[in-house]
Write a protein that binds this ligand. Structure first.
Ligand SMILES: Cc1cc2nc3c(=O)[nH]c(=O)nc-3n(C[C@H](O)[C@H](O)[C@H](O)COP(=O)(O)OP(=O)(O)OC[C@H]3O[C@@H](n4cnc5c(N)ncnc54)[C@H](O)[C@@H]3O)c2cc1C
Ligand code: FES
Length: 280
C-alpha cells in the first residue's frame, strides 16, 4: 500500500498528489511516469512524475480530473493508502547540452514539464519555458518554473495573462529569442502537442512530445498503447512516451484514445448522477 500524503487542488480540476513511494523516488528521471490504482477493483492509469524527494521517499503527480479513475483519485483524502504505484515506467526524456531549448506545458503538462526544465538547466542549456491555459486562473507552479527558466512566457486564450491566443503564438516567441532554438519539448494534452508539432515542422526545429495514449499494463505486453511513428509501430509505454512530434500519426492517436469513450463517459455520468441522488 502507498500512502497519499497530500491531495491538494492547485487550480479547479487539477490536483497535486504527493505519494509515499521511496523506490520510485530513488530511481525516477524527468519524463517518466507511474501507474496508479485508486482502489483494489480500480483500473490502472498512467500519470507523469512531476517532482520527487529522495530523502522523504515521495513522488508528486499532477492529476487532471477527466473521468472515472482520475475522479476517484482526486477525492482520496490525505493519509489514505492506495493499492498501486508502479514505476518509474517509460524512458526518461533525453537531457543533454542542446543549446537553447523551448519547453511548452499545458494542463497537467505544466507540472510534468517542470523536472525536464530543471534538468535541462542543470545541463547548462538556455531554457525558454512557455505555459498555456484557457485563462490565468488555471496556471500553477509559475514561480517554480520561472526559477529554473531563463525566459518565461504565458499564453491564455482569453488574454488574462501573457500572450492572448493559443500555441499558434509560439512562432513569435521563437522569433524573439536571441539564439536559435535547438529543440522544442511539449507536454500536455494531445491537441497541444499536435498543434505544437504542426507549427514547428515548417521551422525545422526538432520537437519532442510525450504521448498519452490509453495504457493498461505499461510494460509492453497488452499493445493498447500502440502508436505509429513514421512507418514503425511503437508501444508508448516501453518505446516512449517521448517521440518525435513530426513523425507521430496524430489522426490515429486521437482516434484510438476515443476507443472506450462510450464505456467510459456514459457510466461516469450515471454514477455521478447516482452519487448526487444519494447525497440529496
Ligand atoms: C504516459 C502518460 C502520462 C500521463 N500523465 C498524466 C499526468 O501527469 N496527469 C494527468 O492528469 N493525466 C496524465 N495522463 C492521462 C491520464 O492517464 C488519463 O487522463 C487517465 O487515464 C484517464 O482516466 P479516467 O479513468 O479518469 O478517465 P476515463 O473515464 O478512462 O476517460 C475519460 C476521458 O479521458 C480520456 N482518456 C482516457 N485515457 C486517456 C489518456 N491516457 N490520456 C488522455 N485522456 C484519456 C477518455 O477518452 C475520456 O474522454 C497520462 C497518460 C499517459 C499515457
Ligand atoms: S500499455 Fe500495454 S503495451 Fe503499453
Amino acid at each position: 500500500m502507498f500512502k497519499l500524503i497530500k491531495n491538494q487542488m492547485v487550480v479547479p480540476n487539477i490536483h497535486l498528489l504527493t505519494l509515499e513511494a521511496p523506490a520510485v523516488a530513488q530511481q525516477v528521471k524527468p519524463g517518466q511516469f507511474v501507474i496508479l490504482r485508486a482502489d483494489e477493483d480500480g483500473e490502472r492509469i498512467p500519470l507523469s512524475v512531476s517532482d520527487w524527494d529522495v530523502k522523504e521517499g515521495t513522488v508528486t503527480v499532477i492529476l487532471m480530473n477527466v473521468g472515472n479513475t482520475t475522479g476517484r483519485l482526486a477525492s482520496v483524502k490525505d493519509g489514505t493508502s492506495i493499492p498501486t504505484v508502479v514505476g518509474p515506467l517509460g524512458n526518461p526524456t533525453e537531457i543533454d547540452s542542446f543549446g537553447t531549448v523551448l519547453c511548452i506545458g499545458g494542463c497537467y503538462g505544466i507540472g510534468s514539464i517542470f523536472p525536464i526544465v530543471r534538468a535541462l538547466k542543470e545541463k547548462k542549456n538556455r531554457v525558454i519555458t512557455v505555459i498555456e491555459a484557457r485563462s490565468s486562473y488555471l496556471f500553477y507552479w509559475e514561480d517554480r518554473l520561472k526559477e529554473v527558466s531563463d525566459k518565461f512566457f504565458q499564453i491564455t486564450r482569453d488574454g488574462t495573462k501573457g500572450y492572448r491566443g493559443h500555441i499558434g503564438r509560439i512562432p513569435e516567441i521563437i522569433q524573439s529569442s536571441e539564439e536559435p532554438i535547438s529543440r522544442i519539448i511539449i507536454n500536455g494534452c494531445t491537441f497541444l502537442m499536435k498543434r505544437g508539432s504542426d507549427m514547428s515542422r515548417p521551422l525545422n526545429i526538432k520537437t519532442i512530445v510525450s504521448l498519452n495514449p490509453i495504457m493498461i499494463d505499461g510494460t509492453g505486453m497488452c499493445g493498447v498503447c500502440r502508436v505509429t511513428i513514421g512507418s514503425s509501430t511503437k508501444f508508448a509505454c516501453v518505446d516512449g512516451p517521448d517521440f518525435d512530434g513530426h513523425q507521430v500519426n496524430w489522426a490515429e492517436l486521437l482516434q484510438r484514445r476515443k476507443t472506450y469513450l462510450k464505456e467510459e463517459v456514459i457510466p461516469l455520468r450515471t454514477s455521478r448522477c447516482e452519487e448526487h441522488a444519494e447525497r440529496s
